[in-house]
Design a protein around this ligand. Structure first.
Ligand code: ACO
Length: 374
């Protein structure tokens, strides 16, 4: 009897394969030279300290970017929104807190049967969302999920602070997960948080703590200890990676491609060195987009697939780090398919504003807002 029960439960082992992927990058690019036109900085400083050459600035809402990414991921999976049973939206830069971001995507893609939740662990929100959705598929609570990593940082940036303004950008990406008995998707992860150090990264002006206290929502100042964040990022991502691999009895030598959070090229190189993985096996696109917070890993995943760096059966390692200070690493087994099943026509509306113009508009609004509040 017991043997039969055990066999039955073995037969029901479920995994959550990644079957669709899609990204949405707003078209306007803000170069280091653009930044140097209004900040005391230079292309040379930014490239040598961070590896970043440009970043995207969005002319649309967070929800619009996420919807386009979602439609593209659904098309790549060859399914419709109606077949999705869970939407998880990873972000820390919500258009709205109530209603949440996930419900907006749920409605726009027609996922009428789907539950919809937001996850906020700052830059690791997509990866924590991936864990949440994978777990809910593996327990049988749902059979399919859409997981989004999207951020609209530019309206919340303090564009007068060169310490942070050069680091971040806007963007979105999404993946579709589907239940399978094949050993695919997230096989192991390590999630963690250095809560005692949470004050080294705090965005003042982005929450209820500032409401009715003479501060206009979104008119931010960033508490940001760059060097301490750097150290914690390297340790958090390296330790989490080793821990996740150990759970599977694997070493970093067996990883085909590392797709890390893209905050700073020097952080990525340091993590690779700690893990003894050569940079040829690490995917990097931080030079194109800067730190898009929760969108960095899924956008990098999409581009690694587009560039043929993800192959059938590839073993992927995805380490991340963010405010909180959250950290994590996921070991993912890719499936057989590396080509999208279809393409979506969804796209952003065109814009005639340059990135510099959008940033100048944000600064003008904040100037007016600050003047009105004083
Ligand atoms: N242009 C020119 N000079 C600058 C700039 C700039 N944009 N920003 C800072 N400086 C100056 C500083 O004022 C300082 O000047 P000083 O020596 O006269 O005081 C000097 O450059 C050196 O500053 P450091 O902070 O020592 O520079 P560092 O080499 O540490 O690089 C950086 C700074 C890039 C922020 C680095 O510490 C870093 O990347 N930290 C991690 C930050 C990060 O990635 N955060 C995101 C992770 S969390 C998340 O994803 C939400």
């Amino acid at each position: 009897m017991l043997t039969r029960l055990l066999r039955q439960s073995e037969a029901r082992v479920r995994y959550a394969a990644i079957t669709g992927w899609g990204k949405c990058l707003p078209p306007a690019a803000l170069t280091n030279h653009d930044l140097a036109s209004f900040l005391d900085t230079s292309d040379e400083w930014i490239v040598s300290r961070t590896g970043i050459r440009e970043r995207r600035i969005s002319h649309v809402s967070l929800g619009d970017m996420a919807w386009v990414a979602a439609e593209r991921a659904l098309a790549a999976a060859g399914i419709t929104g109606a077949q999705i049973e869970l939407v998880v939206f990873g972000t820390c830069s919500h258009d709205d807190q109530v209603p949440n971001m996930a419900s907006g995507v749920q409605a726009r893609i027609g996922a009428e049967r789907a539950a919809a939740m937001d996850v906020n662990t700052a830059c690791t929100s997509f990866l924590h969302g991936l864990s949440t959705a994978t777990a809910l598929i593996r327990t049988g609570a749902v059979n399919s999920a859409l997981v989004i990593g999207a951020e609209l940082i530019s309206p919340f940036m303090d564009w007068t602070d060169r310490n942070v303004a050069v680091l971040f950008g806007d963007g979105a990406a999404a993946v579709v997960l589907q239940a399978t008995e094949r050993e695919e998707g997230v096989l192991a992860e390590k999630l963690g948080c250095y809560g005692e150090a949470r004050e080294i990264l705090r965005v003042h002006g982005m929450g209820g703590a500032y409401a009715n206290r003479g501060r206009v929502y979104g008119d931010t100042s960033w508490q940001f200890e760059g060097q301490e964040i750097f150290k914690r990022a390297v340790h958090g991502m390296s330790d989490a990676s080793r821990c996740a691999l150990e759970k599977l009895g694997l070493t970093s030598e067996q990883v085909d491609l590392v797709i890390p959070h893209q905050a700073n090229l020097r952080i990525i190189e340091s993590v690779a060195k700690h893990l003894r993985v050569p940079m040829e096996r690490v995917f990097v696109n931080v030079h194109r987009y800067g730190n898009m917070s929760s969108a960095t890993v899924p956008v990098a995943l999409c581009e690694a697939i587009e560039e043929g760096r993800v192959r059938p059966g590839s073993l992927l390692l995805m380490p991340g780090f963010g405010g909180g200070l959250s950290y994590c690493a996921h070991v993912v087994r890719w499936g057989e398919r590396v080509a999208p099943l279809g393409e979506s026509k969804a796209d952003l509306p065109p814009s005639d504003r340059s990135a510099l113009q959008i940033v100048r508009d944000v600064m003008a609004v904040k100037g007016r807002a600050a003047a009105a509040a004083s």
